[in-house]
Ligand binder design. Sequence first.
Ligand code: TRP
Length: 323
Amino acid sequence: MSEAKRYLSGIQPSGQLHLGNYFGAIRKHIENQDNAFYFIANYHALTTVKDADFLRENTFEAAVTYLSLGLDPERATLFRQSDIPEVAELTWLLLTVTGMGLLERAVSFKEKKERGIAATAGLFTYPVLMAADILIYDSDVVPVGSDQVQHLEMTRDIAQSFNNAYNAEVFKLPAYELGVPTPVPGLDGQKMSKSYGNTIPIFMKGKPLKKAVMSMVTDSKTLEDPKDPETCKIFELFSLFANEEQIAEMRENYIGGNFGYGHAKKALLEQIKEHFAEAHEKREEFLKDPDYVEDVLQMGAKKARAIAREVTDRARAAAGVDR
Ligand code: TRP
């Protein structure tokens, strides 16, 4: 009698969600949604966002994005991180078993600091809040983008430290799964990231979308020249959307010559439009009914909280702060 594995993941509402988020994690979240827990990590976003209205709007928009892309609240549990106060409670328990050295080795803290984000204690202990997010639901598998792998390793370390400290199997050690193995390329060919300003938002459409795709950087080969599909970022993005047949055909076009980057960009544009056409329509509906979206989040929080309370109590009992 093997129980279904519990998938859990979080997405930060720190800006418009883009194709990097989509292929890195969100697509997989929607594909694996039975029994899954997905939440909007607004507490994590506080480490970088200092605008209440912006954060509120983006949190709502993230929920709308998941629903529009096909998340079914009957199958998956969707909620806001901040609706689960136990997460903050468990974070404290975990902080007391987390070594400074572990946090000091975190690449993402260093990287964010270098980018000019304020080095607060919140930013430094971000991975501990993330460990609490994961461990509090007895999660089995965490589907994430490749930039989160170190955080998952830290989560396992922290879980183990707690279990060892209290000589008890309080926490399950979670595994992770990657959406795509390498970062999704952005408009300038670097990894697509909000901080590089090179993104294509999932719900971009019309002229801005066309302009963005047409602005993608290429080498300076002429229309006639044969082109190398393996190094071309347009081809790489195209391949994420297209089926095998379409990819094979595009590869032939590249190698054969007389096929310009403009042609490749148009084909990519069509793929993007088609892929998200239905989601655009659904989004319009959800935007008209914010009460429904809020109901979904409340329902999700209620379900998630019941589990979070149990696991937190288990940790409190192990640590002797239960009475
Ligand atoms: N740190 C993740 C990111 O930036 C978001 C996140 C917060 C998360 N808590 C999580 C992801 C728990 C997975 C599980 O993408």
